[in-house]
Design a protein around this ligand. Sequence first.
Ligand SMILES: NC(=O)c1ccc[n+]([C@@H]2O[C@H](COP(=O)([O-])OP(=O)(O)OC[C@H]3O[C@@H](n4cnc5c(N)ncnc54)[C@H](O)[C@@H]3O)[C@@H](O)[C@H]2O)c1
Length: 256
Amino acid sequence: MAWDLSGKVAFVTGAGSGIGRAVALNLAREGVAVAVADIRKANAEAVAAEIEEGGGKVLTLELDVSDSSQVNAAVAKTRAELGPIDYLANIAGIGGNALVHEISDEDWIRMISVHLNGTFFCTRAILPEMLERGSGGIACISSLHAQKGQPGAAHYSAAKAGIIGFIRAVAREVADKGIRINGIAPGPIDTPLWRGDMKGDELERHIENRTRPELVPLNRLGQPQDIADTMMWLFSGKSSYVTGQIIPVNGGELMV
Ligand SMILES: NC(=O)c1ccc[n+]([C@@H]2O[C@H](COP(=O)([O-])OP(=O)(O)OC[C@H]3O[C@@H](n4cnc5c(N)ncnc54)[C@H](O)[C@@H]3O)[C@@H](O)[C@H]2O)c1
């Protein structure tokens, strides 16, 4: 129990895969009861089963974070079954590649809806109970692409940059109420989203090229655990003087 979070309750979106899965498992190992929320029910159930096997307390939620009525219902269910929520991890996300003049209305709106609306809907649903109790931690996943700009992903870069503005505004609103909100801006992290359809030699070549030391000084892909460990620190009392920050976890690719 390195982080002293035992007995708390967390709501983790996108918990069925990649970074969200690593965060959910980390929290459960620390004795936190975890609501594992994901649009892909089977994946959420698989992560919940892993947590149960380890003796953890878990609730599985099939949830599309871009739908505020689903979010409100999922939060109410979590409160009823696990208790008041202490930590919110806004992680659910999708990718997409298209030049800006080729992005369809539908793809633009979906990108903003999942990342930015989803982060807002979950935060809005959970914050009142944190305010009432005068404590709570929120962590959101932004991206290196919000900071650097990613050609071929203007919608993704814009959605992730929106999350940064959101974090900073909310951080100032709630700082004197015992609540902290921060973000993490990951570089390339080895997850199903990052790999896409690549496999075999193509994947190996891409990893080598994407992580070459002149681009990524630490010369490797990030792992979901790198992000999950940073999030544990953000939720813990060890980061008690940190709010409104975007923590870069990017192998040194961008130094700001
Ligand atoms: N992998 C990277 O290199 C990287 C870098 C920077 C930021 N990120 C961000 O990290 C987060 C996690 O991504 P990942 O790489 O672990 O990908 P992933 O695909 O492994 O996991 C994303 C999860 O979000 C879920 N999801 C998608 N849309 C949803 C919705 N509407 N409602 C609820 N759940 C939904 C998916 O089902 C999936 O389980 C995303 O926000 C992503 O943009 C990833």
